[in-house]
Design a protein around this ligand. Structure first.
Ligand SMILES: Cc1cc2nc3c(=O)[nH]c(=O)nc-3n(C[C@H](O)[C@H](O)[C@H](O)COP(=O)(O)O)c2cc1C
Length: 179
């Protein structure tokens, strides 16, 4: 159980499991987290925004606020799930062209724990740039849940068949592994 009221930002990217991100919200709420969904612009097509807003009691955010709008509270922890090939590579390279990536760009420097649960097929996961991105993020203290007993890449074009087995449940306990 986490300290009540701690803010967990859940960043959903544009991959099949995003439609089930409410499952992670419910698990986190049961552990006492206040949850905030951040969607990449592409992920908006994969999620049910009104349903998630009802579940979290907060607007789903996918773009930067206007300068005149109030600053939202800082995250105590961030989970990126599902994390795409695109967002993982951009995060590792410091690219900051979506609101989600803007939050991620600062998080390691602010000491905010970040857990990344990828959803990529084996063709994407085998690419050298992707493997380097995972190494880079791990070297910066980001916990990337990729490998045996974590997320294991599926065969290309089989994502829809394995979406139900996506291991959402691994993310929250991983937050307890940060110092
Ligand atoms: C139906 C559909 C399923 C997709 N599934 C995946 C996926 O499983 N993993 C992945 O990395 N990209 C997947 N993509 C591609 C991403 O949506 C695309 O790279 C997008 O630019 C990612 O944007 P984001 O990282 O900002 O969310 C999928 C695209 C579509 C249309």
């Amino acid at each position: 159980m986490t300290e009540p009221g701690k803010a967990l930002y859940i960043i959903a990217c544009a991959a099949g499991p995003a439609g089930d991100v409410g499952r992670l919200v419910t698990m986190a709420q049961e552990q006492g987290w206040t949850t905030q969904i951040i969607a990449t612009p592409s992920a908006l097509d994969f999620i049910d925004v009104p349903e998630l807003e009802k579940l979290t009691g907060r607007p789903v955010r996918s773009r930067y606020r206007k300068p005149s709008e109030p600053k939202p509270p800082r995250a105590d922890a961030i989970i990126v799930a599902p994390a795409t090939y695109n967002t993982i590579n951009k995060f590792a390279h410091g690219i900051c062209d979506t609101y989600a990536l803007g939050l991620l760009a600062e998080a390691p420097g602010l000491g905010i724990p970040v857990v990344v649960l990828p959803f990529v097929n084996s063709a994407l996961a085998s690419r050298e740039p992707f493997r380097r991105s995972v190494e880079t993020l791990r070297a910066e203290g980001v916990h990337v849940l990729l490998g045996p007993g974590r997320f294991e890449p599926h065969a290309p074009s089989s994502g829809a068949e394995v979406v139900e087995t996506y291991p959402w449940h691994l993310t929250l306990p991983e937050l307890g592994e940060f110092d």
